[in-house]
Design a protein around this ligand. Sequence first.
Ligand SMILES: N[C@@H](CCC(=O)N[C@@H](CS)C(=O)NCC(=O)O)C(=O)O
Ligand SMILES: *[C@@H]1O[C@H](CO)[C@@H](O)[C@H](O)[C@H]1NC(C)=O
Length: 286
Amino acid sequence: SDVDTEWSLQLTLYQYKTCPFCSKVRAFLDYHGLPYEIVEVNPIMRKEIKFSSYRKVPILLANAGSPLQLNDSSVIISAIKTYLISRRNSLEEIVSFYPPVKTVTEQGKEVLEYENKYWLMLDEKETKRVYPVKEVRVEEMKWRKWADDWLVHLISPNVYRTPKEALASFDYIVREGKFGTLEGLFAKYVGAVAMFFVSKRLKKRHQLRDDVREDLYEAVNEWVKAVGKNRLFMGGNQPNLADLAVYGVLRVMEGLEAFDDMMVHTNIQPWYQRMEEVIQKTGVAF
Ligand SMILES: N[C@@H](CCC(=O)N[C@@H](CS)C(=O)NCC(=O)O)C(=O)O
Ligand SMILES: *[C@@H]1O[C@H](CO)[C@@H](O)[C@H](O)[C@H]1NC(C)=O
C-alpha cells in the first residue's frame, strides 16, 4: 500500500453509496489503502452537506491540521494521487491547481467545471517515475474522461430500462442508501416511476440506441479492447486511475439485471474479477 507512517490526512467522504462518482472515489481510496470515514447523505434532504455551497456528492473533507473541502470525484482523485506521489506541496497547494470555472453548455446551461481535473501535478522526475512513457499518461487521462463523459451516461438508461428494472434499482438504492422509512417507501415507487421516464430522456439526450444494452456492451468491450491481451490492467500489472474509474462506475450496477447481462454478453469478466481481487475496503461508516 502507498500509505506510509507519515500519512496524516483524516479523510471523510460524503456520498450516496450507489452514485457512480462516489464509487469511483471509494475504489481509488480503497485501492491505495487510505483509511476514510463515510458519511452517507440522505438524497432527499441532503442535510449532511448543508455546510457546503457545492451541492453535489462526492465531497471529500481532508483534515491535515486545517480542514480542506475537495469537490468533484476526478479532482479528489487527481489531488490525492498527486499528494501520494509527491510530498513537495501541501494538499492545499495541490488543490489550488484545480480551480473551478463556470462554463456554459451547448444547451445554454451554466455549469461548474474544474480545470485540469485529469492531470496529476508532477515535476519532471516524478513524471518519469510514474509514467515512463508519455503515451501511458495520455491513455490514462483519455479513459478517465471517457468514464465520466460516456460510460456513466449508460448507467441510468440501463438500470431503469423497464418498469421492473426501475423498481429493482430503486429498491437497491433505498436499501443501500440513507432514507427514513416513509421516505424510502415514497422514494422507491415515486423514484422508480420518475427515473423510468427520466432515463428515456437521458437516452435521447445522449443519443443511445433503442436497445440501450447495445451501447453498454459496446462501451465495455471497447474498454476491454483498449486494455488488450498483453497486460492485466490498463496500468500494467497494477490498475491505474482509468482502471479504477471504469471499475468504480460499473460496480454500481452490481446486483441488477444490467450488470448480469453485461457479464454474460461482454468480455469484461476477467478484468473485472482482477479488479475485485486487488481492491480492499478501507472505508468505515461513520
Ligand atoms: N462531476 C461531478 C458529478 C457529481 C454528481 O453529479 N453527483 C450527483 C450524484 S450521482 C449529485 O450529487 N447530484 C445532485 C445535484 O446535482 O444536485 C463528480 O465527478 O463528482
Ligand atoms: C468546494 O466547494 C466549497 C463550497 O462551495 C468551497 O468553499 C471550496 O473552496 C471548494 N473546494 C475547492 C478545492 O475548490
